[in-house]
Design a protein around this ligand. Sequence first.
Ligand SMILES: [Zn+2]
Ligand SMILES: [Zn+2]
Length: 415
Amino acid sequence: MKAVKGTRDILPPSSAVWNHVEAVAREVFRTFNYREIRTPIFEETALFARGVGEDTDIVGKEMYTWQDRDGTSLTLRPEATASVMRAFIEHRLDQIPGVKKYYYMGPMFRRERPQKGRYRQFFQIGAEAIGSESPVVDAEVIEMVVEILKRSGLEGFRLILNSVGDANCRPQYMAALKERLAGVASQMCADCQRRAVTNPLRVLDCKIPEDQAIIDTLPSILDHLCAGCHEHFRVVQDHLHGRGIPFEVRPRLVRGLDYYMRTTFEITHGALGAQNSVLGGGRYDGLAESLGSRVPAPGIGFSIGEDRLVMSVEDARQGEAQPTVDVFLAPMGEAAEQQAGEIAAELRAAGISVERSVDRKLKRALETANKTGARFALILGDNEIAAGTYLVKDMASGEQTSLSREALAAHIRKN
Ligand SMILES: [Zn+2]
Ligand SMILES: [Zn+2]
């Protein structure tokens, strides 16, 4: 049997890179005072239909949806923002004072066409800051995500920034866009022709090379921002300049999800080819209301595609030393095996990683020690037990040292 198409097993040593990225993210989240939220992996289908948008590819053709035994329609989460907002509303988290800051990490599910770096079960690390419209929050969220990427070991990434306006100014822009598209849509791809009518903003997203020249001539959202959105966007940029974070404004950057407003951003990385976005994020001031909240809960968030981040970091970390076993214990005989168990427990309690031989032949045990990449081999025979001193072999230099049991941990730690 094989793993289902679009899913995969994450094996060592690659899993160590996953752990590294997650540990870095948790540490950065902590210093920005974000706390973890864990929501269920499946929810009622209606949540995603409303929160992600009926008209998106995600809801239209990529969700794993089934009917539960009681007839309820359930869906594996295709993203986490809608779930976080559902939890926020359900538990009345709006009553907590200040900006509410949550992070999450875990698997999401979309039935996409599998390709390099894209999976049907994929992992996201994300965060949401809820309860403020302030552009200062936007800049800080971006600063935080840049910090996560840097500390993860990703180099040479680019931050792309845009504002998509709000309910006040976007309708005028949409009207201008629609009007222009009416004249040129017939020369564009089938998707664009459909979107020109249903969701013109998404035409800007089209990746078809032949359509790019036309898209470049379409009106820019930045020429249509109202005074409030314009000022909001200016402050976000000012703060990023202040933090020394380079970015590029790209008016074509619109997100596929309906609830995004004002600030929207993306980080791309060269190593990923055409599918080069490591993360996307943005402000979603209307989401809570569209999920039935009576209290407005403006927020901003992002989600990092962990699969793609790990892939890029792995490329950058090629050739770095793999974590190894500190000590390989080779007991010769039954009495020695008993004592090997005690010594292993003592060393592990001192923070040393220990692997035990299950082979009683010394030569074969040492061969295994070599293959596991252990730094030291500790040979335990009847003579060693009787004398109370142990032979520790440095596997790199071949040097052997005779040590008392009490001196073992210190010797291994200092070398
Ligand atoms: Zn197109
Ligand atoms: Zn506006």
